[in-house]
Design a protein around this ligand. Structure first.
Ligand code: HEM
Length: 330
């Protein structure tokens, strides 16, 4: 919690000094810096920053025709990937040589816990970590940027959030707590949790879930033979019988509901079953902390920001917000 809180506050302060920031890019930097520490343990600050910068080549060019020749996005992305693998490998080798401690996640997958045998080679572990970062980075920053766009289009929601976050800051100051956010602060952001749930419903970020069925089964009048690959989509999120006016962004529909639930019959932004998202709580947490720190300023999103879905969420005109030091509210 402290890491995300610190990174979100720091990046927001830098943005305020510069007159603004790109939401998706900033959320991505926070995510990668935080995950890198959790997975790898302490890393050289320059290596972590470079790792985060490499991701800039991914969102734009990941789901495109694979033409890996110089000058294409895919080529730039492959170069960035190569660079990232090199940074990760160098970090592992340096840490090993100096006996420095790895992050908990690394220790688990590499088996570097006392008494356990090695389970993967260094190369395999790095591949695994890369995919882990990739999954995290292709989801959370986009959802955060789309959430800010949804909020920006809805003045009532924006005002309610403003009230909530001013209250959180006020409570903290009154109780003379340290500047860091606490778990209680996070839990008390009820309206923010409603906004997050609604945004996750409406953005339905993971466009599809692929499954191979072991056994034949029936869907209405159709029989799906065993061995088929099924593409599942959380269409329940837009079912008018389950959600009144389903295309409307209405956080109040979550009032009095269980805001902690990441999976119900009609709500599955993080998937379902054995492959339920590993980072669900972490993602929701990052979203809330990011929103909190943004709302410590008066902000506005550039009107030209648009969100489109080309398999994943995309922001062809970026996701810039304007903030400045003199609009800080606390
Ligand atoms: C708002 C952000 C996120 C959304 C909407 C999301 C959504 C999903 C969905 C729908 C799945 C299931 C895919 C399937 O069933 O085939 C999934 C799996 C997964 N997610 Fe996330 N995710 C998010 C953030 C994250 C983050 C931040 C991490 C890592 C820290 C993460 C790590 C994973 C992993 C490792 C899996 C695979 C789990 C498995 O196969 O056992 N996700 N995610």
């Amino acid at each position: 919690m402290q890491d995300i809180d610190f990174l979100a506050r720091t990046y927001m302060e830098i943005g305020a000094k510069n007159g603004g920031l790109d939401i998706k890019e900033t959320a991505s930097k926070i995510l990668i810096e935080c995950l890198a520490k959790k997975v790898m343990g302490e890393m050289e600050p320059e290596a972590t920053k470079e790792l985060a910068l490499c991701w800039r080549f991914f969102p734009r060019d990941l789901f495109q025709f694979s033409l890996n020749i110089p000058g294409t996005g895919v080529y730039r992305m492959m170069k960035a990937r190569h660079r990232m693998m090199k940074i990760l490998k160098e970090t592992v080798l340096k840490k090993r040589a100096s006996g420095e401690e790895f992050g908990e996640f690394f220790k688990i997958i590499y088996g570097e816990i006392e008494g356990r045998d090695e389970t993967m080679t260094v190369e395999e572990v790095i591949e695994y970590i890369f995919i882990f970062f990739l999954i995290a980075n292709e989801t959370t920053p986009g959802v955060i940027a789309a959430t800010i766009k949804l909020i920006s289009n809805n003045l009532k929601v924006k005002e309610e959030l403003q009230r909530e976050h001013e209250r959180v800051v006020r409570d903290r100051t009154e109780k003379e707590k340290e500047a860091d956010l606490t778990w209680e602060d996070y839990k008390s952001m009820t309206f923010t949790h409603m906004v997050i749930n609604e945004s996750l419903r409406i953005t339905s970020t993971a466009p599809t879930m692929l499954r191979r069925n072991d056994q034949e089964f029936q869907v209405g009048e159709y029989t799906v033979p065993a061995g088929w690959i099924i593409m599942g989509y959380p269409s329940a999120h837009f079912d008018p019988e389950k959600y009144d006016d389903p295309l409307a962004f209405n956080p109040w529909r979550w009032k009095e509901k269980d805001l902690g639930a990441i999976l119900t019959r009609n709500y599955m932004p993080f998937g379902a079953g054995a492959r339920l998202c590993l980072g669900a709580e972490f993602a929701k947490f990052q979203m809330a902390i990011f929103i909190h720190h943004l709302f410590r300023y008066r902000w506005s999103m550039k009107t030209e920001t648009t969100v489109i879905r080309r398999f994943i969420l995309k922001f062809p005109n970026g996701s810039d917000v304007q903030i400045s030091e003199d609009t800080k509210v606390d």
